[in-house]
Design a protein around this ligand. Sequence first.
Ligand code: MRU
Length: 353
Amino acid sequence: MTSSSNHIYPVIWQENKVLLIDQTRLPEEYSVVEIALVEDMAQAIKTMIVRGAPAIGVAAAYGMYLGAREIETDNVEQFLNQLEKIAQLLRQTRPTAVNLFWAIARMLKTAYESIGTVAEIKSTLLDTAQEIQLEDLQTCQEIGDRGLAVLPTEPQRLSILTHCNAGSLATAGYGTALGVIRSAWREQRLARVYADETRPRLQGAKLTAWECVQEGIPVTVITDSMAAHCMQKGMIDAVVVGADRIAANGDAANKIGTYSLAIVAQAHNIPFFVAAPFSTIDFELADGSQIAIEERDAQEIYQIGTTKICPSGVDFYNPAFDVTPANLIKAIITEKGAIQPSELINYRAVIAK
Ligand code: MRU
């Protein structure tokens, strides 16, 4: 996976460093940030230079390696103790997307199960980070193709509404919700994408729209409050969104605003799909009420660019995610196929490494 290909890869391993597309600067500017230290990776995840559930899992996996290679000991036990501290640093970056915790756990497991010298363990950790990245890319392509099978059969070319950015930028590449949309475009099953702007950080207006433009996929950006109107006017055939964490009962956390979208979709009898890899499913949580919801800085609400849009003296509440109850979700599109939320629990044994 190199930067020379036409595809969008938000995380690239190159010349012993990680290159991250700076997602805070798109679409005005395409720039890449070089990361060589785990502390800088933790900061990049926190400040959303890299964002999106699977992408921060991949970034955290490389972060584990960057931290590991700085550990100066030949003693395996001491090495593992210090690796635990690196894991802790990365865990504290963002709380909601389970892929982050999943990737860190997989890197730790690799280290504990490796037999050999510290140098050999370090090298295995790099292999594992690359494996996680490659698997996610393949998984997203699977999700895209599996999604095609469950999209409405009429009309031939669908108008699909999505929220936030669940595209290449949010994964190792290709995307989950946008992966389904990409596959539909490839198979001439897509008329147009409607991208919710996704306040407060505008991932839909900035990132999803940018990705669609790169590939010539027709895209219309609407503000979040226009979705019901568009559905009422018959402009939307299906809704496909990503997820940051899915509980065992199928409740799905995703970008704030997803829940209201699911309610209006149901009111208009429009199928609402969640597309996500198995690494997004948290079988430890019985239902969505147990999902930790990140709260972010109030500035994301009261300021657009450098302009303050609210008077002084008001309070703010800025949850970054909400939970869509399983009963509003027609199917969860995974790499193993589309699953009814109520059937999810039967797949517990299938969960990825
Ligand atoms: O706060 P973000 O931008 O990291 O939130 C991203 C989302 O909510 C995505 O929809 C989700 O991570 C799925 S990405 C394939």
